[in-house]
Design a protein around this ligand. Structure first.
Ligand code: S3P
Length: 170
């Protein structure tokens, strides 16, 4: 099986869906944020404050290339699509865009008390939505498959991804 790369804004459901999808397909899951936290040895929010976003992005790019060497379902961080290098690397991969309505995304981000995102702390709701709109075209452009996660159950999203993957692989 070709690796499946989940992209989308914060709150799109990449982590949840990657776990269920990987379990259903019986393949490994790589949650890039989790691996990065392990590697940098501190929460992403602290890392942003101490070392800056650029440094985080370099680590993220290195990990993306590494993760793509193995067969897996890969949950990326929402900003992975920003780097030209990553766009190039992802252009010929099986990329699935988990899309959701901007209001749904902001609500999920604010309700998530476990995963505190630096860009969510820094930005008010309106700015977060603007950040999403500024990235939306990139997510769309890189995606081979798009699934709306706004009002669906994880298992239904997983089934939809599997159906669509069959379609593009034929
Ligand atoms: C980011 C998204 C986060 C994390 C970091 C930056 C972004 O991942 O990588 O806080 O720029 O959108 P999630 O999309 O998993 O929240």
């Amino acid at each position: 099986m070709e690796s499946i790369v989940l992209i989308g804004f914060m709150g799109a459901g990449k982590t949840t869906i990657s776990r269920e999808l990987a379990a259903t397909l019986n393949v490994r899951v790589v949650d890039m944020d989790d691996v990065l936290v392990e590697r940098i040895g501190q929460p992403i929010n602290d890392y942003f404050e101490e070392h800056g976003e650029d440094s985080f992005r370099k680590n993220e790019t290195a990990l993306l290339k590494e993760a793509l060497n193995e067969e897996a379902v890969i949950a990326t961080g929402g900003g992975v699509i920003l780097q030209k290098e990553n766009q190039k690397v992802l252009s010929n991969k099986l990329v699935v865009y988990l899309k959701a309505d901007a209001n749904v995304l902001v609500k999920r981000i604010r309700e998530d008390k476990v995963n505190i995102r630096p860009l969510a702390l820094k930005n008010a709701d309106g700015d977060l939505k603007r950040l999403f709109y500024s990235r939306e075209k990139l997510y769309e452009k890189l995606a081979k498959i798009t699934v709306d996660t706004s009002e669906k159950l994880p298992q239904d999203i997983v089934n939809e991804i599997i159906q669509q993957v069959k379609g593009v692989s034929e």
